[in-house]
Design a protein around this ligand. Structure first.
Ligand SMILES: [Zn+2]
Length: 291
């Protein structure tokens, strides 16, 4: 069954650092990154991420964010943090491969990622499953990584680095290549596809899950999913909000949702999560009817 992992940005957004840790209910799955936990005091006290969130947790390494900010993460420190957080799914520190990298650089990056994966396998909590992040653009490179991960006993994979490609078509070609190579194993899609207008594409590509935080950014800007797309709440009417059967829209007035303060943003986040879940169900139903 295709899964949506909602990226939880705590505690990257300062306004959201008060209790509760998860100010809205995710119900399905959550993706987070170890990066913000290095600066958090949470782990000094008795803190259980699993108890706070109450659903399946996928913990990224934060390597991508670190790379885009120009620094590198220590694979041992990340693996130790992964062990403390005890997430269900954990990702090693992977080296981001760029299209312009020479083949020597690409090979070095892939070897570094494999060696960081071994570190994580040694240090992780016993209940955590490691995801093999696939980097690179050619069939040869992707296949090499996949085979190396398989030798280490890894059974789940993800495709990374899609965010650097602005063209959706090129993203989809790379996803199709990764899908072909990892046939029969779960394949996760990192970044931007958890979007009402892009979900169909990755569901049709026979992938297994996707993550994203666009729903947070959209909600902070006052956007509301209506008829399968984000619309500014200010462009909608009271009657249009009433059309949504979710508990948020049924229990709140248009004013509550459109005030553009912290509370109304939280309400929009909840409506948008529910709308994305419903859209996913609808797309899966359509897909199964076609077969
Ligand atoms: Zn709603």
């Amino acid at each position: 069954m295709f899964k949506l992992y909602y990226k939880h940005l705590y505690p990257s957004i300062i306004e959201w650092q008060d209790e509760p840790f998860a100010p809205w209910s995710f119900k399905e799955q959550v993706l987070s990154s170890v990066l913000p936990f290095f600066e958090s005091t949470l782990l000094k006290e008795e803190f259980s991420l699993k108890k706070e969130i109450g659903c399946e947790i996928f913990m990224d390494s934060g390597a991508f964010t670190a790379a885009s900010m120009g620094y590198e993460l220590d694979p041992y420190e990340v693996a130790e943090m992964q062990a403390l957080l005890k997430a269900d799914l954990v990702v090693p520190v992977d080296k981001v491969v760029f299209r312009e990298d020479s083949s020597r650089i690409v090979n070095q990056k892939i070897e570094d990622t494999i060696s960081n994966t071994k570190i994580l396998l040694d240090l992780k909590h016993k209940t955590s499953q490691v995801i093999g992040p696939l980097q690179g653009f050619t069939k040869e490179i992707l296949e090499h990584s996949f085979n190396e991960f398989k030798k280490l006993g890894i059974q789940r994979f993800a495709i990374s680095g899609l965010v650097f490609e602005s063209e959706i078509k090129r993203n989809m070609e790379r996803i199709a290549l990764a899908r072909e190579i990892t046939k029969g194993y779960p394949l996760h899609i990192f970044s931007k596809f958890l979007h009402p207008e892009l979900l169909k594409l990755i569901i049709d590509a026979n992938t297994d899950s996707v993550d994203g935080y666009g729903y947070i950014i959209a909600s902070l800007k006052g956007n509301y999913i209506f008829n399968g797309t984000y619309e500014p709440i200010s462009d909608l009417t009271d009657d249009e909000i009433d059309l949504c059967s979710c508990s948020i829209c049924q229990e709140n007035s248009y004013e509550n949702l459109s005030r553009v303060d912290k509370e109304s943003q939280h309400l929009l986040i909840m409506h948008n999560i529910i709308a994305l879940n419903n859209l996913k169900e609808e797309l899966l139903k359509q897909k199964s009817n076609q077969h």
